[in-house]
Design a protein around this ligand. Structure first.
Ligand code: SAH
Ligand code: SF4
Length: 376
């Protein structure tokens, strides 16, 4: 059984005094999820829990980059899978409190096949359980509490969680919702909903379900193209949920939660980064109360695409800013340990010569659309 599934602990601890539940939850929130380490429980109870609960995913590797500000942890999950998560420390500055942000994965692989994405190129392997999703956070909580990730001016606990690692959170909806609930629950991690960001490729039914939760979590939507023609190729799920439907669901989310939306836009040279495309994007989202986060394309093994030069990135952002759309350009973290958030990838998939179905023919198809758009 999964300790983080909402019903598990109350069922296993039925008949025990109520404070036992609080004790076990408090251990989990501190990153101790092997009952053998829950030292204030009676031995008999530790053994009983140990026999019933799924073993905690094992830490296979911890790597460090950016002078200690970025850490990547590789966790071994059941069935021979491994998932990566990234801790990014932002020390205190004069204008902002210190933060410790964890970027987590919700699936091993992804079925949605966006051709620029290394996770999508490798295809779907399996859903992660709630415990496997949350363990990525608590393992970092434990590193921070133990002072193992200490850098000057940094915090000693996780302050923010972003669902931007491997997989599509809203394609593993029940587990994602349960994980979000645990993160905000006082008996879980007790984070504010505002410090949680769920990034989605735009699965409309999932956005509606999040809208119904009534939690003001930040919704980040991956747009990547200002029109359906190009988006059909860059984000194939656009064929099921085209832009008009997606933006309508986004407006509903904004109205229900009052939260400013984030739109993510991967900048790919010669594909979606022309000035006309910036103007079209500004026209599309200008009235939505949103912020645009431009992500320079991080090269992946299966397509020849790269980010535009920095001046072109700035010019693209300038068009949006002048149209009144607050815009930032994402700085990649952890590039030197292959851990840029959002591009987590089990490199063995490529190394072992797996076919990457989403990438086959994608570059040619998209180039044809882009060349056509240039001519018009
Ligand atoms: N499935 C979700 C969340 C995971 S990806 C989603 O698609 O939103 C998190 C972000 O990283 C998304 O905006 C995704 O489009 C972006 N991303 C994926 N591959 C990338 C690459 N090679 N370069 C830059 N950003 C990439
Ligand atoms: Fe999946 Fe997101 Fe990658 Fe698309 S960008 S393939 S939805 S992980």
């Amino acid at each position: 059984m999964d300790a983080y599934d909402p019903g598990t602990l109350p069922a296993l601890l039925a008949g025990e005094p109520p404070y036992r539940l609080r004790q076990v939850r408090s251990w989990l929130a501190r990153g101790i999820d092997d009952p053998a380490g829950m030292t204030d429980l009676p031995q008999e109870l530790r053994e009983r829990l140990g026999a019933r609960l799924a073993p905690a995913p094992r830490v296979l590797r911890i790597s460090t980059a950016d002078g200690g500000l970025t850490r990547k942890v590789l966790l071994e999950c059941g069935g021979g899978e491994a998932v990566e998560s990234v801790l990014m420390l932002y020390p205190r500055t004069s204008g902002r409190a210190a933060r410790a942000t964890v970027c987590i994965s919700t699936q091993a692989g992804c079925a949605l096949g966006c051709p620029f994405c290394a996770t999508g190129q490798a295809g779907f392997r399996r859903q992660l359980t709630v415990g496997e999703i949350l363990r990525q956070v608590t393992v970092m909580q434990r590193l921070l509490a133990a002072g193992e990730a200490a850098v000057p001016g940094a915090v000693d606990h996780v302050t923010n969680v972003v669902f931007m690692g491997m997989g599509e959170p809203l394609a593993n909806l029940d587990a994602t919702v349960a994980a979000v609930r645990w993160l905000v629950d006082q008996a879980g991690l007790g984070l504010s909903a505002r410090s949680i960001t769920v990034s989605t490729v735009g699965l409309v039914p999932g956005i509606r379900r999040l809208t119904g939760l009534g939690l003001p979590i930040t919704l980040a939507v991956s747009l990547h193209a200002p029109d359906d023609r190009l988006r059909d190729d860059l984000v194939p799920v656009n064929r099921q949920h085209p832009l008009a439907e997606l933006l309508e669901a986004c407006r509903g989310y904004r109205a229900a939660t009052g939260r400013r939306l984030t739109f993510e836009y991967v900048l790919i040279d010669g594909v979606n980064a022309a000035m006309g495309q910036a103007r079209a994007l500004a026209a599309l989202v200008g009235d939505m109360g949103c912020h645009v986060n431009l992500i320079p394309m991080n090269p992946t093994p299966a397509v020849p695409w790269t980010a535009p030069p920095v001046p072109a990135q700035r010019a693209f952002a300038g068009v949006l800013e002048r149209a009144g759309v607050p815009t930032t350009i994402r700085r990649n973290r952890g590039g030197d340990i292959d851990a840029a958030c959002g591009q987590l990838y089990a490199s063995y998939a490529v190394a072992s010569g797996k076919v990457l179905p989403a990438a086959v023919g994608a570059a040619e198809r998209v180039s044809a659309v882009a060349a056509d758009a240039d001519r018009r």
